[in-house]
Design a protein around this ligand. Structure first.
Ligand code: DOR
Ligand code: ZN
Ligand code: ZN
Length: 423
């Protein structure tokens, strides 16, 4: 007898959608068959589509230290409601995750509170090489080249090279926030007299991200490590990454929903609520980015879920916090693209399940197949609904997509054979 059966639904198995009854034993997929079997518990998935559990490889769950914005309980609930079965948390917490002790403390908190699977990124700084070498059980290292929330940062190329070499030796990716700090300061000084929200976008133009990326690629070509470029926000970055791949470097990249679905026009409407690093760009840029995600030129989607309280957003343009929540809305917004025929289902599954699992070393995730972890995202591709602040689970209590009507809804989220969300 199996522990759990997902019955009467359709599932994405072996690259296509087919009728399937899926059975789970001890948190693993035990059988994927057309026939009905006996199970202790069944979940009726009539009219629904079962996908491999989605992965969001870029979230900021804020604990320890910034629990006013989010904690592992609320963050993981938001993830589950957004169909995300696995998250990777970033190290810019308070204190930043830059020592083995702090890493293990964060792991304990997450183990206790998280209702979804998690991986942790270890923060690289200019002073913590010895700790980086000792770190165990991490998804990757995070390298911040430019200032953002918190003060974790590496500015010099030799320090970046050292971090990349350690990542290479440990066999994990170095995930990079590639905005060049020197250029950021240069532009900010020029624009500090302006007080409109677009001034912030202008202070971090595409050239800031390009310069950061060029420097990161130069060091990765020496260290020969796996470079994962976070939140690409321009098509020029995508082209540089494609060239680096062609030259034989191991480079992967992610795009975030805000850079795909919002632009400078939204800054005019929502002001500092959509202040973020890197900032929103023009419409041409975002359409090309969306196309690049759809065609696979951009490897994966990740949310960069960066919750901040309303009052932290209702400040002047230079003082307001940077970042938007997104773990709960990423998959629905992408399902909407699938429902509208802009993106194939196979590509969606690759971008949020298969490839994130491959990049961050989750060997038994990303696929519905015997022996894989029993993580499932169950969706209704036909359902229309409206995203609303009041319905979000994140502690911050707002979403930049409030009022957006989309098609494609997460109905159930199952983590290691346990139902963690049902709509
Ligand atoms: O806008 C951002 N917010 N960009 C980042 O890189 C960090 C994030 C945060 O942690 O708030
Ligand atoms: Zn970043
Ligand atoms: Zn981030």
């Amino acid at each position: 007898m199996f522990d759990l059966g997902l019955v009467n639904g359709k599932a994405f198995v072996c690259g296509k959608v087919a009728d399937a009854n899926i059975y789970v034993s001890k948190g693993k997929i035990a059988k994927v068959s057309g026939a009905r079997e006996k199970a202790e518990k069944t979940i009726d998935c009539s009219g629904l589509l079962i996908l491999p559990g989605a992965i969001d490889s870029h979230v900021h769950f804020r604990e320890p230290g910034m629990e006013k914005k989010e904690d592992w309980r609320t963050g993981s609930r938001a993830a589950a409601a957004g169909g995300i079965c696995t998250v990777i948390d970033m190290p810019n917490t308070k204190p930043p995750t830059t020592t083995v002790k702090l890493l293990e403390e964060k792991r304990k908190i997450a183990e206790k509170k998280s209702i979804v699977n998690f991986g942790l990124n270890f923060g690289a700084s200019s002073e913590n090489a010895a700790e980086m070498r000792k770190a165990k059980g991490i998804a990757g290292f995070k390298v911040y080249m430019g200032t953002t929330t918190g003060d974790l940062k590496i500015e010099g190329d030799t320090d970046i090279l050292q971090a990349f070499r350690i990542a290479k030796a440990k066999g994990v990716p170095a995930a990079v926030h590639a905005e060049d700090e020197g250029l950021i300061r240069h532009y900010a000084a020029l624009l500090k007299g302006r007080g409109d929200p677009l001034a912030y976008c202008d202070s971090r133009p595409v050239s800031v991200a390009i310069k950061g990326l060029e420097r990161a690629i130069a060091q990765a070509s020496i260290a020969k490590n796996h470079l994962h470029v976070c939140h690409v926000s321009s098509i020029e970055e995508v082209r540089l990454i494609a060239e680096a791949k062609k030259a034989g470097l191991k480079v992967t990249c992610e795009a975030c929903p805000h850079h795909l679905f919002m632009g400078r026009k939204d800054v005019e409407k929502l002001g500092n609520f959509v202040k973020m690093n890197p900032p929103l760009r023009g419409d041409r840029e975002r359409h090309e980015l969306l196309r690049a995600l759809e065609t696979g030129l951009i490897d994966i989607a990740a949310s960069d879920h960066a919750p901040h309280l309303r009052e932290e957003k209702m400040k002047g343009v230079w003082e307001a916090a940077s970042g938007v929540p997104g773990v709960e809305t990423m998959l629905p917004l992408l399902l909407n693209e699938v429902a509208r025929g802009n993106m194939s289902l196979a590509r969606l599954v690759e971008a949020v399940c298969e490839k994130p699992a491959a990049i961050f070393g989750f060997r038994k995730k990303g696929k519905i197949a015997k022996g894989f972890d029993a993580d499932f995202t169950v969706v209704d591709l036909g359902k229309e609904w409206v995203i609303r602040d009041e319905e979000m689970h994140s502690k911050c209590g707002w979403t930049p997509y409030h009022g957006w009507k989309i098609r494609g809804k997460v109905e159930k989220t199952i983590v290691k054979g346990k139902l963690v969300f049902s709509s």
